[in-house]
Ligand binder design. Structure first.
Ligand code: PLP
Length: 422
């Protein structure tokens, strides 16, 4: 559920008409709903109510705007970060180090040191070389790094191949068959303190079965590791629960059902439970607002040329992803629709958002919105074709604020420098 609805024929973010944001901030622009972010976070809190000790570590990479992080952090969220840049964002948003977990296959020693110095809840370690490096860095600082080892359960998450992470051929984690051996090695290292187990099998999962399979393996491993003498007290179940990208489709399982799957698998182990949802919290809490520049008649098809492009929202070009495209001004019931290929102005054919979209005939200057664009939207944007980075707006009730301004051309150009021999 989200808080983007038509009121008096105009699509609104909570109580703010999108026409107002377009007029004041310009387009293209990302618009997020604070009420929706809050609601999604609270739904996960309810889903884990059975676990007295749990922490929802929002996956910062889904939407890393500091205002979004602060909103979630103030609700009690922890953060899952995958770079020292994301760590710095979380800290800037006021999230204490004890609520931040550090994931990712390629943490550098510098990142490890800065996180250890700044305060960290746990590192999710993905390889033996990383374990050794972390032990050395921690020992050099005279501390022990709390760790979970990310275990690769070799489970098919049944999602897009670019975002599946739990199969043995993927680069993530340590093969589960070797986990006991690696935990034994970890326990013997001077700079390491084993605290738990971590898994993350992929993103945009629309079926709970892969989770069931993976978490059953995690429960078995937890028992085996305890029998080996490790103090396994924390289980990080990862993120990945999918969202409905199409209004007319079967919805993916609900967080409450997902919470029960976790409970059934590991509820009897008396562990602290962590989850790392990203998309499910931010995805349907945002949309990308854009203006029609031209309607162009082609050979056997019509093109809707927008002022948003693949540099602003890359998911369709990168994953073949679908975002519902809706007009901001609701058309009267019964208005005839036509098919359009919806494209951006960028100089490649990959800059196509959708083909054959049925819309009431639009005119230049009309506003449209891409729904479900709050996650993996602005964070993946670039300045390709020298289009200044798309701005972001946060709505809360009847007020809104620009939380990342659109850079001016001067801002964009002034970041570069000529060599001194020119
Ligand atoms: C990307 C990622 C997540 C979040 O995935 P979502 O599909 O956005 O929920 C969580 N944990 C790790 C380790 C990730 O890489």
């Amino acid at each position: 559920m989200d808080h983007f609805n038509y009121k008096d024929g105009v699509l609104c973010a909570e109580d703010v008409p999108l026409t107002r944001i377009a007029a004041e901030v310009g387009t293209p622009v990302y618009v997020y709903s604070a009420a929706t972010l809050t609601r999604h976070f609270n739904v996960f809190q309810e889903a884990l109510e059975w676990a007295p000790d749990h922490l929802i570590c929002y996956a910062v990479k889904a939407n890393s705007n500091i205002a979004v992080l602060k909103l979630l952090g103030d609700l009690g969220a922890g953060m899952d970060v995958v770079s020292i840049g994301e760590y710095a964002r979380a800290r800037t948003a006021g999230v204490p180090g004890e609520r931040i977990v550090f994931s990712g296959v390629g943490k550098t020693r510098k990142e490890m040191r800065l996180a250890l110095e700044g305060g960290i809840r746990q590192f999710n370690v993905e390889s033996e070389p990383e374990l050794l490096a972390l032990s050395e860095v921690a020992a050099s600082l005279g501390v022990k790094a709390p760790i979970a080892i990310r275990v690769n359960p070799d489970v098919d998450a049944k999602t897009h191949e670019k975002i599946a992470t739990g199969k043995s051929e993927n680069k993530f984690g340590i093969p589960i068959a070797r986990a006991r051996e690696v935990y034994a090695a970890a326990a013997s290292l001077p700079g390491i303190e084993v605290v738990g187990i971590d898994m993350h099998i992929g993103s945009q999962l629309t079926d709970l079965d892969p989770y069931r399979q993976a978490y059953a393996k995690m429960a078995d491993l937890a028992r085996a590791l305890r029998a080996d003498g490790h103090n396994i007290r924390r289980l990080d179940m990862g993120g990945g629960l999918g969202i409905p990208y199409r209004r007319d489709n079967n919805a993916p399982p609900l967080p409450i059902e997902y919470g029960q799957v976790i409970r059934e698998a590991v509820g009897d182990l008396d562990c602290e439970i962590e989850i790392e949802p990203g998309r499910n919290i931010a995805g349907n809490a945002g949309l990308l607002l854009s203006e029609v520049i031209y309607v162009k008649r082609g050979e056997g098809r019509d093109f809707l040329i927008l002022d948003a492009a693949m540099n602003d929202l890359i998911r369709p070009a990168m994953y073949g992803a679908h975002h519902d495209i809706v007009p901001v001004i609701e058309s009267a019931p019964g208005t005839p629709v036509s098919a359009y290929d919806v494209v951006g102005p960028i100089c490649e054919s990959g800059d196509t958002f959708q083909k054959g979209t049925q819309l009431p005939p639009p005119a230049p200057g009309d506003l449209i919105a891409f729904r479900s664009a709050g996650a993996y939207g602005a964070v993946m944007s670039s300045e390709y074709n020298s289009r200044p980075l798309v701005p972001e707006v946060l709505v809360d009730g009847d007020r809104f604020a620009v939380i990342r301004p659109r850079p001016t051309l001067e801002d964009m150009l002034s970041r570069e420098a000529l060599p001194d021999w020119f």
